[in-house]
Design a protein around this ligand. Sequence first.
Ligand code: OGA
Ligand code: NI
Length: 354
Amino acid sequence: MSCGKGWPEPIVRVQSLSDGGATSIPPRYVKPPSDRPSDSSSTSNVNIPIIDFSGLHGDSRIKTLAQISDACRDWGFFQAVNHGVSPQLMDQAQQVWREFFHQPMEIKQSYANSPSTYEGYGSRLGVQKGAILDWSDYYYLHCLPCCLLDQNKWPALPPSLREVVAEYSRQVVKFGGELMKVLSINLGLSENHLQNAFGGEDIGACLRVNFYPKCPQPDLTLGLSSHSDPGGITFLLPDQHVAGLQVRKNDSWITVKPSPHAFIVNIGDQIQVLSNAIYKSVEHRVIVNSNIERISLAFFYNPKSDLPIEPVKELVTSERPAMYMAMSFDEYRLFIRTRGPQGKSQVDSLKSRN
Ligand code: OGA
Ligand code: NI
């Protein structure tokens, strides 16, 4: 059997394993005991902060800015409601992708991706032969910059998918621009500072739609292994029917309970570097379950990929020297694209030795 398209081994679609009705998972998906959901402490009575963004526009502005600031410092994660993205559009976006993943395999296979760009239909992150795999398939596509936007690489079916994804991208990018201003102000910078550091109008944006099929042995595996997001800010539209995302808080994992039409927003590694670690990208992972599939849309708001990203000068002082070396996002994301999700080891590898 050919491996095809530059992968080290033949690609197996997790959805096919799940649909085949197996009662156990192949050994490739079994995590070492310390990484299994059942073997690590998890907490269900705490939730990440929920922030009402309509508060930014009225008398509650100062209070809302403070809530966002605290969430970025203490959690690296929050849920945003009243963020300006249309709730109907969020539902449509979930729906078109659910339909995409429920099409026959031949149709999905025509979009099979390769590790050179990752665009298209995929089932693994990382190219290390023999790696333990995650229990998920995904679709990855570029929304910005315009030179990388090629709608022919987006699924043609269902018929409304391209239009829905284009409008969804436009609205999430707008929210992203507003949040970048808020983060800049909260860091004591001029409101356009972070956006300019990201390349102004020339930012990158991409969408990763995660599909987590039902799993016969959910206690032995993960839908997505622990990682921090390599980019700038992530806007996650979680499945409205089932929880799955867990966020690390100290030594325990908090399962996020999604609020209706909220985005789960998290700080990525590039903002950790620019903020000189005032804001941290926090580790998270996904658990799966045996009786219901799960779909999530992770929208990544990223810097222009060839700019050097380094701690903002205003945030570097003698008490707080620059914690990271400069690196472009192009160079940075090669780590995760080669080795797959590996906790926070990539951003830690940038630490300057001064
Ligand atoms: C991701 C991610 C979480 C989820 O795609 O980077 O963390 O709930 N997804 O699917
Ligand atoms: Ni993530």
